[in-house]
Each structure stands twice: as structure tokens, then as C-alpha cells.
Write a protein that binds this ligand. Structure first.
Ligand code: GDP
Ligand code: MG
Length: 163
């Protein structure tokens, strides 16, 4: 079976955009509405001859904050159970938020190998934005722009190294 790389994090941090980018899908199917994504949940990817499965989570379509949190938790828990590696995605522009901390705790509890991805660093001059995600305690945060592709090659190098 292909190794499974679960992509988790709170709504609107760019999980689906990242999954599509890493899988080499040309057109990301991303809804303009925060937290709503209509797309495939699992996409095959390949990097340096290594094939694996990217598992998107989310598509939480709820206006109620408590309900969003409950659904995110359930989805993250399910994804973590089956993951060989976890990408915890955060929004570097928004900065460190309680939802990131909560997701990081779930990732830590799972005991799975994990990488912290500080997304939405669209400009190399903003690389420093990733630094505060060290606080999640999951190692060095990797700055990427899922939208523009910045940093995604380095991220994929790390992914296949850990698989
Ligand atoms: P998800 O809810 O975590 O799956 O997030 P989405 O992938 O649906 O993206 C949420 C919003 O963030 C969309 O409007 C995306 O276009 C935007 N977004 C995703 N990645 C980036 C990025 O690297 N830079 C910027 N500026 N916006 C992004
Ligand atoms: Mg999504």
C-alpha cells in the first residue's frame, strides 16, 4: 500500500490548496468561502521517484464555531489513525492561533511523524513569519506558499525523507 500523508489543520489555512499543489494538480478546486472545499480527499503524488498518497481533511461547512471545532477534531483524529506522516498546516499570515495549538496537540498525541507547514508565505521576504510556529513543539516550521509554489520542493524533500 502507498504511504499516507495526512494534511491537517484548521479551516482556511490552505490544506486543500497545498494537497493540490503537492500532487501537481493544475487547478485547485478551492471554494472562495472560508473552510469550504469541494475536492478529492485523496490524491496520489510522486517526488524523486517515491510515490505516496496525500490525504486532505476538512470541507467543514458549518457557521457555528463550536461545531467547526468539533468536526475538525473528529476529522483530524480519523486522518491521524491512518497516517504514516502528518503535515500540520498553519496560516503564517494569520499567525499562531489557538486552533493551531489544538491541532498540534492532537498530532503529538498520535505519535506520528509530523512536519509543521507555515502556509501563505507568498513572498520570500516574509520567510520570518514561519518562526513563531516553533512554539507548536513539532520541530522546524517549513515556510511555503501553496498558492505560488514557494518552498514546496523543500517540503516534498522532507516528506519523502520521512516516509
Ligand atoms: P483549507 O480550508 O485549509 O482546505 O484551505 P483552502 O485550500 O480551501 O484555502 C483557503 C483559502 O486560502 C483560499 O481562499 C485559498 O485561495 C487561500 N490560500 C491557500 N493557500 C494560499 C497561499 O499560499 N497564499 C495565499 N495568499 N492564499 C492561500
Ligand atoms: Mg479544504
Amino acid at each position: 500500500a502507498l504511504a499516507r500523508v495526512a494534511v491537517v489543520g484548521f479551516p482556511n489555512v490552505g490544506k486543500s490548496t497545498l494537497v493540490n499543489r503537492l500532487a501537481g494538480v493544475r487547478e485547485a478546486v478551492v471554494d472562495a468561502q472560508p473552510g469550504v472545499t469541494r475536492d478529492r480527499k485523496e490524491l496520489p503524488a510522486e517526488w524523486r521517484g517515491r510515490r505516496f498518497l496525500l490525504v486532505d481533511t476538512g470541507g467543514v461547512d458549518e457557521r457555528d464555531e463550536g461545531e467547526i471545532q468539533r468536526q475538525v477534531r473528529a476529522q483530524v483524529a480519523r486522518a491521524l489513525e491512518q497516517a504514516d506522516l502528518v503535515l500540520l498546516v498553519c496560516d503564517a499570515r494569520a499567525g499562531l492561533r489557538p486552533g493551531d495549538v489544538e491541532a498540534a496537540r492532537a498530532v503529538s498525541r498520535s505519535g506520528r511523524p509530523a512536519l509543521v507547514v507555515a502556509n501563505k508565505v507568498d513572498d520570500p521576504r516574509q520567510l520570518g513569519l514561519a518562526q513563531e510556529f516553533w512554539a507548536l513543539g513539532l520541530g522546524e516550521p517549513l515556510a511555503v506558499s501553496a498558492a505560488h509554489g514557494l518552498g514546496t520542493g523543500d517540503l516534498l524533500d522532507q516528506v519523502v525523507e520521512l516516509l
